[in-house]
Ligand binder design. Structure first.
Ligand code: FES
Length: 138
């Protein structure tokens, strides 16, 4: 008997086989922080060396990052890293959030293929530069 996988399961298996950790796969499939805020306190766009584009939307109150969203035209690694970055900065002060680095995001994702490490860098740089721009303007 042939058991058919749902598209969701099939995608999960492909990512697992490619070297993505379970948390990375969940972040990618759930995309829980994809989108934008019309009333964002800061918006920042960055284009990676691969040509992929990320735009971060920050909600900041009293020097604390309350929430963030990303719009991304990019790969599974980029999406997973950006979603993890939001979980890492939420509730942190602007200065604490600036200390979050690629290694922190990697730890949350558990694993990601070696060739996708620059995608983590893009997510973190976009977040950092957005926060720095916010700091400069406020
Ligand atoms: Fe461009 Fe992943 S390949 S961000």
């Amino acid at each position: 008997m042939v058991t058919e996988l749902t598209t969701f399961d099939a995608e999960r298996k492909m990512l697992l086989d490619a070297g993505y950790g379970a948390p990375a796969i969940n972040y990618y499939l759930e995309k829980k922080y994809m989108g934008c805020f019309e009333d964002a306190d800061q918006v920042f766009k960055k284009i990676g060396s691969c040509g992929d584009i990320m735009k971060v939307y920050l909600k900041v109150d009293n020097n604390t990052i309350n929430d963030a969203r990303y719009e991304i035209t990019g790969c599974a690694g980029a999406i997973a890293a950006a979603m993890a970055a939001v979980d890492l900065v939420k509730g942190k002060t602007v200065d604490e959030a600036l200390k979050i680095n690629d290694g922190d995001v990697f730890k949350v994702l558990k694993n990601i293929p070696e060739k996708k490490h620059h995608c983590i860098q893009l997510a973190v740089k976009t977040m950092h530069e957005g926060i720095l721009e916010y700091k400069n303007l406020h």
